[in-house]
Design a protein around this ligand. Structure first.
Ligand code: KG4
Ligand code: ZN
Length: 334
């Protein structure tokens, strides 16, 4: 069974070919990061235009690499929510064009489920599991039952983790995206040098605005006094606090829900300290942790095709197939 995956929810145009739900034959990703860097973040209108310009060529490359043609495609899995609406619509319209022309069914995919299913491409994940979703737009703890039913246990009350990384990087003039830069830099700094408050939010809720504001206030104060500061100390102190918060809540969820497996998903799942620390702390509780390889952590169509496959096999709360009326949805709970 061949699924063609399409992902255009943000600033990556990606098309993949997935065989039998497990084997990625191709997963071509065209990143626009260098274009948006100039503006310090993703500019939605520019993102849409680049998706339009590139998507057809990207499909050609992806099909060629997989050694197939459109005649071999059984299903199209496309991200329809959440994301930048204009960007989503490019992928959806493209999918509809192929579906209409070739009579191929469309499976609409929730972007965050895609991030979670990236784990299933590389690991044999036992269910039930707790998923920690950490990206530029999301921070959620999700319970997945044995029938692949997703329940959101909690999320952020303000900024998403990736967003905080990006803002902290921006205030220090370290560019976009901030996550990889801060992650790298933190190894040269002292994590106890700058005080980062622990947010006072209960349950499975998160708040990162206090930690982020501490960094912004500190940098502004130093700049005003014309005093030098060490960006590595800030990076290390910030990262330590953020990872500690994420690990504590995720393990708490696994223990309270009596779940023995944790998966991490989303762009921030590439964070080196989060991967190490969560693995270490979970091991003490006899809990297994899975995370995707770095290339499957950030937005890619391979994970969308995988989520499409599991939707097909296990069903979903919404309809498995979409008709040609399928629309994009900018904000949508899992
Ligand atoms: O999942 P993703 O590719 O796009 C969204 O759906 O949002 O995530 C992008 C986010 C950005 O905020 C980026 O700074 C962050 O993931 N990120 C990281 C790392 N690599 C990417 N954050 C922390 N550490 C990293 N190594
Ligand atoms: Zn994403």
């Amino acid at each position: 069974m061949i699924i063609l995956g399409i992902e255009t929810s943000c600033d990556e145009t990606s098309i993949s070919v997935l065989k039998d739900g497990k084997e990625i034959l191709s997963n071509y990703i065209s990143s626009q990061i260098d274009i948006h860097k100039e503006y310090g973040g993703v500019v939605p209108e520019i993102a849409s235009r680049h998706h339009i310009k590139n998507i057809a060529t990207i499909m050609e490359v992806s099909l060629k690499e997989a050694g197939i043609t459109l005649d071999d495609v059984d299903y199209i899995a496309v991200t329809y929510a959440p994301g930048l609406i204009g960007a989503l619509l490019v992928g959806i319209s493209f999918a509809k064009g192929i579906a209409y022309g070739r009579g191929i069914p469309i499976i609409p995919v929730h972007h965050i489920k895609g991030h979670i299913y990236a784990n299933f491409l590389e690991h044999k994940v036992e269910l039930p599991a707790i998923a920690l979703v950490v990206s530029g737009g999301h921070t959620n703890i999700i319970h997945i039952d044995i029938n692949h039913k997703f329940t959101n246990l909690g999320g952020t009350l303000d900024d998403a983790v990736g967003e905080s990384y990006d803002k902290v990087s921006r205030v220090m003039g370290l560019g976009y995206p901030g996550g990889p830069v801060i992650d790298q830099l933190s190894y040269e700094g002292d994590p106890n040098n700058i005080y980062m408050p622990e947010p006072k939010v209960g349950g499975y809720e998160f708040s990162f605005s206090g930690v982020k504001t501490s960094v912004i206030n500190y940098v502004n104060k130093m700049n005003m006094k014309k005093e030098k500061y060490n960006p590595a100390d800030i990076a290390a102190s910030f990262q330590n606090r953020v990872v500690d918060i994420l690990c504590k809540k995720t393990i708490k969820a696994a223990l309270e829900k009596k779940v023995k497996n944790i998966v991490i998903a989303g762009g921030v799942a590439a964070n080196s300290l989060l991967r190490k620390e969560l693995l270490c702390r979970a091991k003490l509780e006899d809990i297994e942790v899975f995370y995707p390889s770095i290339k499957l952590c950030t937005d890619n169509a391979g994970m969308i095709a995988a989520a499409g496959y599991y939707k097909l096999v296990y069903g979903d709360s919404d309809k498995i197939f979409a008709d040609l009326k399928l629309n994009g949805i900018a904000n949508m709970e899992i």
